[in-house]
Design a protein around this ligand. Sequence first.
Ligand code: PBG
Length: 332
Amino acid sequence: MADFPFQRPRRLRATAAMRDLVAETNLAVTDLIAPLFVREGIDERVEISSLPGVFQDTRDSLRREVVDLADMGVRAIMLFGVPAVKDETGSGACDPQGIVQLALRDLRSELGDDVVLMADLCVDEYTSHGHCGIVRPDGSVDNDATIEIYAEAAVAQATAGAHVVAPSGMMDGQVGAIRSALDRNGFGEVAILGYSAKYASGLYGPFRDAVDVSIADGGDRKGYQQDFRNAREALVEVHADLAQGADMVMVKPALAYLDVIHEVRRQVDVPLAAYHVSGEYSMIKAAAANGWIDHDTVALEHLTAIKRAGADLVLTYLTRWFAERATGRAAS
Ligand code: PBG
């Protein structure tokens, strides 16, 4: 024992009560947003094989799922649509009878304002080529033609009952185009969550299974999503979205971009979301299934780290797991 008074941080780690008392970060079910998929033309919900525990829902099973999540205290969902038919321009994204619009109407009439209904706003689920916009003959994506479609889709989603629209296509000017279309159509109260700093990531693979998307001709999204070598560029994107009227901003994916989350948190005061994406979820599930890691320990560690880095909200496929655990409903 040294005879000088050195720091003893271990005093504050001695008991579980003490550790809870001094914890700097606490994850709550109200921090989480559940991404959900509704698919047209199926009679029963289908589990997504690369996303175990996540389903493509029917309109009915989606309604039951959201009611159940709400009962466990979940306050928000992010809805994605899987249409039966895809076309060049992704017209299903704007169609009042499109699957997401129908599902939003169901949910809004069933749940009213009990759950914040967020709609992912993009066309890749609806286009035959799988790109997030209008493709020109040379294969590039036409920014300005695309944001006109996003504006129309936003109005369709708001009309159907979305509280929040969340543009995820990474087109320049998308937030401004959507904001003015919403305002012109009497939806001044519908909020925008910008997927502001969204990287071209290898971690979206299982999601593309979930929405039946494959990009034509072995293409990728590097012409519009961000390059993972860049961090400062994320700040340009975030400030641009805020200037155009975004109410909340997002960084995506989460764990490989904690530095970006941290820096955005330092620079902005609006709510900051992070998307713990499909690949991040599937890596936990796969390693746990092999007995290589402990699922619950790693899941909690990862989600808490995202919040510790500075995110207020986390979109995660682990929302149901966390809510079941928080309400004592967990099986194990
Ligand atoms: C695009 C979109 C994607 C995700 C959410 N919105 C896929 C992409 O950009 O290719 C990925 C989400 C995930 O992997 O969980 N509409």
